[in-house]
Design a protein around this ligand. Structure first.
Ligand code: CP
Ligand code: NVA
Length: 306
């Protein structure tokens, strides 16, 4: 692994190592033990979309590991005035030890990685959100021990989060059932790759209760992702019946948990009761972004060292 642009950049062993390392880092942090392997290193953050968790967890994570960050936001940099990503990549790669990018097209993150001599991490594109799914898997590991011993459901849009989950299922061999309204399926190429690999079991159904029934890990996400705000009303109509609420959750396994990457829209894709109820692990999941990313930073930045 040189870059983390997709969950597919990781092997199953690497994912399990990141989870294990993240749990170790979490424990050390809880004991307030200092651990600064990235002293003197710098992480560049390019954010062309809004963020709360991703930005802050990378900034805090890098600080705790002994390094520092530099933030470039679309509007405040020459990227916002049209400087090509490949030019930015070469320059930032000569200053920083690694980059995180949150942007629209996956091709933009890929171009950055192609031209940057340092590791590039996808902090969310329209196509994938690998760092989030690593934190989600860590949360599952904390709950059940073995991430491969439970069954997964996705309720909602076949979006970037769904894609990263499908890739994770294919790499780790997970059983994942997705319920998506007609017209909002995951990218067929992502599904085809999972089918080709044949390790996991991935399928799309139309009825949320069918996807959730008897399963442990129930995930959802907003109906309109960043960049799709104009489709909000049409999506509200299309996703009617896809709210993860207490009635739907009652179909899940009795020891099932609810995950949501946040931000959440209460009363749309998730009910207040499901988000705040006893089966929710959403706040722990959000905290785990910090630990999982610190594990990724340690591995990538030390491996990509000069
Ligand atoms: N889940 C997540 O990526 O949150 P932010 O958009 O706040 O970074
Ligand atoms: N699918 C959402 C995830 C936000 C973290 C989006 O892309 O806006």
């Amino acid at each position: 692994m040189r870059d983390l642009l997709s969950i597919r950049d990781l092997t199953a062993d690497e994912i399990l190592t990141i989870i294990q390392r993240a749990r170790w880092l979490k424990e050390r942090r809880q004991k307030r033990e200092s651990h600064r392997p990235l002293e003197g290193r710098t992480l560049g953050l390019i954010f062309e979309k809004a963020s709360t968790r991703t930005r802050v967890s990378f900034e805090v994570g890098m600080f705790e590991l002994g390094g520092m960050t530099v933030l470039l936001q679309g509007g405040g940099s020459q990227l916002g005035r049209g400087e090509p990503i490949r030019d930015t990549a070469r320059v930032l790669g000569s200053y920083c030890d690694g980059l995180v990018i949150r942007t629209f097209g996956q091709d933009r993150a890929e171009e950055l990685a192609r031209y940057c001599e340092r590791p590039v991490i996808n902090g969310l594109t329209d196509h994938e959100h690998p760092c989030q799914v690593l934190a989600d898997l860590m949360t599952v590991a904390e709950e059940y021990g073995d991430v491969r011993a439970v069954r997964y459901a996705w309720v909602g849009d076949g979006n970037n989060m769904a894609h990263s989950w499908i890739h994770a299922a294919a790499v780790l061999g997970l059983d994942l059932l997705l319920a998506c309204p007609y017209g909002y399926d995951p990218d067929p190429r992502v599904l085809a790759l999972a089918e080709r690999d044949g390790r996991g079991r991935v399928a799309v159904v139309r009825v949320p209760a069918e996807a959730v029934r008897g399963r442990q890990v129930i995930s959802t996400d907003v109906w309109a992702s960043m960049g799709e705000e104009a489709e909000q009303k049409a999506r509200e109509r299309a996703f009617r019946g896809f709210c993860l609420d207490e009635a739907l959750l009652a179909e899940a396994a009795r020891d099932g948990i609810v995950l949501h990457c946040l931000p959440a829209h209460r009363g749309e894709e998730i009910s207040e009761g499901a988000l705040e109820g006893p089966q929710s692990r959403v706040w722990r999941q959000a905290e785990n972004r910090l630990h999982a990313q610190k594990a990724v930073l340690e591995i990538l930045l030390l491996m990509g060292a000069r």
